[in-house]
Design a protein around this ligand. Structure first.
Ligand code: IMP
Ligand code: MG
Length: 195
């Protein structure tokens, strides 16, 4: 697996530092002194990519919280471009009147966040905030407002720390790019799906 890496974009130490900073900001925004631990926070990681980020982030959050889950697919198989986001499943309880924090690994076209935001808004939470570890500099991401961003990255395909290519590489501790012969970018078909 390590032989497939082209370049380390963000080493795990920098990720860990940034995750701690994001958690500090989220804590400050969600625990006003008059209600120090009101238990109304619901964290919703978007599966599967956000699992590692969310697992690290929530362990720096001191307040009472629940975790719900939602699964969205936008890069099926060996895709390196969004194929349109579709909701695959959701385990979301009653979030009406609660403060929801949606967590995703990366914001690219914004399709994923839009799909989940629409679903959640219909459930009438008290507040809805979005936290992404990475934001690619794309037109779609610029049109998709989010509340917390870990790192701005160029429009490159990345894996590791939860992000996958063909469902592999999620367990790499760093965020990396893959060698061209692995992602086959040189021969990338117009659809962005590699067979
Ligand atoms: P969006 O819907 O285009 O904003 O893309 C968001 C989703 O696509 C993320 O939740 C990821 O699962 C996936 N994704 C986007 N860019 C990458 C990438 O560079 N590597 C791996 N997965 C990606
Ligand atoms: Mg995803």
């Amino acid at each position: 697996m390590r032989n497939d890496i082209e370049r380390i974009l963000i080493p795990h130490k920098r990720i860990a530092e940034r995750v701690r900073q994001l958690a500090e900001r989220i804590t400050a925004d969600h625990t006003p002194p008059e209600i120090p631990d009101d238990g109304k926070l619901v964290i919703i990681p978007i599966l599967t990519g956000a699992i590692i980020f969310a697992a690290d982030l929530i362990r720096h959050l001191p307040m009472r919280m629940k975790i719900d889950l939602v699964t969205v697919s936008s890069y099926p198989g060996k895709s390196i471009r969004s194929q349109g986001s579709s909701l695959l499943s959701q385990q979301i309880g009653d979030v009406r009147g609660r403060n929801v924090l949606l967590v995703d690994d990366i914001l690219d076209s914004g399709g994923t966040i839009r799909v989940v935001r629409r679903l959640l808004e219909a459930m009438e939470p008290a507040s809805l905030k979005v936290c992404v570890l990475l934001r690619k500099t794309t037109e779609g991401s610029a049109r998709t407002p989010v509340d917390y961003v870990g790192f701005e990255i160029p429009d490159e395909f990345v894996v590791g720390y939860g992000l996958d290519f063909g469902s592999y590489y999620r367990n790499l501790p760093d965020i990396v790019t893959l060698k061209r012969d692995i992602v086959g970018q040189a021969s990338q078909p117009a659809s962005g799906v590699l067979k």
